[in-house]
Design a protein around this ligand. Structure first.
Ligand SMILES: [Zn+2]
Length: 203
């Protein structure tokens, strides 16, 4: 079964629109960007853009239905992400939505508030692997950044998010999805020095 389709989106018959589209009885399409649309306004130089690839991913959302979203990510990790999404689909691990962050005007806060999953965002160039599409954030509203000892005065990110580990779509140290990402060679943001960045996996 092909979980992640890498064919050009521009040839797809479905029009790009603002809202969710039913493309089959039980399959929903999050978005249908072309590559140029997905990188528009990113601010990234050509040498970064040429490392990127726009791919479709299939996943189960919180309506218990199959959705197809798009990930703009680094070519180097497409294969690994393909395996991870296939695993999450088999496990029926629910994901909110998977839309390139151009939809949220390259604003991480807006994207997180929408519980959106994404990879590439040209920001924090000196310390964020998202700048090269070498990181992915999954269900950020359900897996907020929480600060470790000595940094508790900082606010949980995103604003208003509360970590409830029993909720579907959350990550804990016991999660099989976390284990899968680790075996694929990703580092989990839970191990960062200052914070539990539980929605973050990077290469
Ligand atoms: Zn992240």
């Amino acid at each position: 079964m092909l979980i992640l389709i890498t064919t050009s989106c521009s040839t797809a018959p479905i029009k790009k629109t603002k809202t969710l589209h039913v493309i089959h009885d039980t399959v929903f399409l999050d978005c249908n960007y072309t590559f140029d649309e997905a990188v528009a306004g990113s601010g990234a130089p050509e040498e970064v853009l040429e490392q990127l690839q726009l791919v479709q991913v299939k996943y189960i959302s919180f309506d218990n239905k199959t959705h197809i979203g798009q990930l703009l990510t680094n070519k180097r990790i497409v294969g690994k992400l393909k395996i991870a999404f296939e695993y999450m689909y088999e496990q029926r691990f629910p994901i909110g939505r998977v839309i390139p962050i151009v939809k949220y005007q390259w604003d991480d806060n807006k994207s997180m508030a929408a519980n959106n999953t994404y990879s590439f965002c040209y920001r924090d160039i000196y310390y964020s692997k998202h700048s090269y599409g070498l990181a992915i954030d999954i269900n950020p509203f359900l897996n907020p950044v929480r600060w470790k000892e000595g940094y508790e005065y900082r606010k949980t990110i995103p604003n208003g998010a509360v970590f409830e580990p029993s909720r579907p779509g959350t990550f804990t140290i016991h999660s099989t999805v976390v284990h899968k990402f680790k075996t694929l060679g990703f580092r989990w943001g839970h191990s960062f020095t200052q914070k539990y960045d539980d929605h973050h996996f990077e290469k």
